[in-house]
Design a protein around this ligand. Structure first.
Ligand code: ADP
Length: 448
């Protein structure tokens, strides 16, 4: 509010000062031009009158006096001895004689004079002096004019202050109300209540953008919070039951209740491996998501990386009678980290393998589309529900808890893939139909 008033006062003060300066400057300039014009008229009148007979008669002198009074100037005529022979401010009488009784210096202190020589037949016969008031703006009318303008400024100054006060009260109410609402929302969020963050209505674009960002922040925090809760649930569930099994089995073996058969020990070993994988996956995710993931970027032929990974999967796919098709004719080059690319392909193929039933099919295709390398991993597997598709790349997201638990995943593989594709400046998308199969498509920018 103080700002509004301050700006209005400043504006009016600046305008007042500038216009006063402007008026004085241009007014003086204008008046001086006017003076020069009227001087010229007097000079040419005198010259013209002299030209005819070498002197100024009474009629001409009285015209000169009249003009001087009319133009508010003093006109003096001197002869060649510098004697005053005519003074427009004096009575007619003084012009009849030679004027020798007059003081040489009769100049008025408050006037400035300009002298012109008067010629007759190429000889100087006297001098014409025209005096103007020193202060150009000295007339009451001029000063009244400036005063009136300043009064107008003072009035507008007061109006501006009143308008500024009214506007600032209105505006600050309109501005502060949503900001207070936003502040309350942030307090709400700070206390950990991410839901129910109210939508703030405002016409101010910036405040609206702020309110929307805060709402989005609350939504994301809420999502993260849900994921975190889900993660702790999942991890404790994933770890608690196998550890309980391990513990009871080992205690039973130690107590001599159970025989330490090879089959029993092998099951316990599998559980330990599964838990180790979960811990490793979590560890890997933390590394991949960290800002300074070490990368060794180089020119890579995608085919050279993809083919050996596919070769490694052949025995696994065979064990489930899954047919693995590959269509990798295009020799495409990108900038990438070989090990990280292998990790991307391995995770996607592991999913294709895990979520495809026995006797199914998996296709891997590499081709060029515009200036991108496209790699498609397609399977005839169990598919993903349409409403779950937006979440599959989120950390710890498993489209179906019970199903994933059976397959042993913790919902980390695709988050790692997404992060790694991102550091390669690529993009990954998914398309899927429940019970029909899924297609994961990666695009990487090609290099020449
Ligand atoms: P997980 O270790 O559980 O497989 P991912 O992050 O790799 O974790 O995948 C997340 C979820 O996405 C999986 O739990 C699964 O439900 C679904 N999903 C991933 N790939 C496929 C696929 N090829 N077919 C069907 N569902 C898939």
């Amino acid at each position: 509010m103080r700002n509004y008033i301050g700006i209005s006062i400043m504006t009016v003060v600046v305008i007042t000062v500038l216009s006063n300066i402007g008026i004085r400057y241009y007014f003086i300039d204008y008046i001086q031009k006017q003076y020069a014009k009227s001087d010229k008229e007097i000079i040419s009148y005198v010259n013209n009158s002299i030209e005819t007979d070498g002197l100024l008669d009474q009629r001409e002198l009285s015209y000169l006096r009249q003009q001087a009074r009319f133009k508010n100037v003093e006109v003096l005529l001197r002869d060649t001895d510098q004697e005053i022979i005519f003074n427009s401010s004096m009575g007619m009488g003084m012009n009849s004689g030679k004027g020798h009784h007059m003081a040489r210096n009769i100049y008025r202190d408050d006037y400035t004079y300009a002298t012109q020589s008067i010629f007759y037949e190429d000889e100087v016969i006297g001098y014409l002096e025209i005096g103007h008031s020193k202060s150009v703006i000295d007339s009451k009318a001029d000063n009244d004019f400036i005063y009136a303008i300043n009064v107008l400024y003072a009035v507008s100054f007061m109006i501006a202050v009143i308008v500024a006060v009214i506007l600032s009260i209105l505006f600050s109410k309109r501005l502060t109300r949503p900001i207070i609402a936003i502040k309350n929302s942030t307090h709400h969020i700070a206390k950990g209540h991410y839901d129910n963050v109210k939508h703030v209505h405002t016409d101010t674009l910036e405040v609206h953008a702020l309110a929307t960002s805060i709402q989005e922040l609350a939504r994301q925090l809420n999502e993260q919070e849900q994921l975190r809760k889900r993660l702790s649930n999942d991890i404790s569930h994933e770890l608690r039951s196998p550890i309980a099994v391990l513990r009871s089995q080992i205690e039973a073996i130690m107590d001599g209740v159970l025989e330490p058969t090879h089959e029993r020990l092998s099951k316990l070993h599998d559980e330990i491996l599964r838990m180790t994988k979960l811990i490793n996956d979590l560890n890997e995710l933390v590394v991949v998501e960290s800002e300074n993931l070490p990368l060794h970027m180089e020119r890579v032929h995608i085919k050279d990386i993809l083919n050996p990974v596919l070769d490694n999967f052949v025995p696994l796919m065979d064990s489930k009678q899954i047919t693995l098709h590959r269509d990798l004719d295009s020799p495409l080059t990108i900038m990438g980290d070989k090990d990280r690319l292998k990790q991307i392909f391995t995770n996607l193929l592991t999913n294709a393998y895990k979520y495809t039933n026995e006797g199914g099919q998996v296709w891997v295709q590499l081709c060029q589309e515009n200036d991108k390398a496209m790699i498609r991993f397609k399977d005839s597997g169990i598919g993903i529900k349409e409403e779950e598709l937006p979440y599959v790349f989120q950390r710890f997201y498993r489209s179906d808890d019970s199903r994933s638990r059976k397959t042993g995943g913790a919902g980390i593989g695709l988050s790692i893939v997404k992060e790694l594709v991102k550091v390669h400046e690529g993009m990954i998308t998914v398309d899927s139909q429940l019970k029909k199969g899924s297609v994961f498509t990666i695009q990487f920018p090609l290099i020449k």
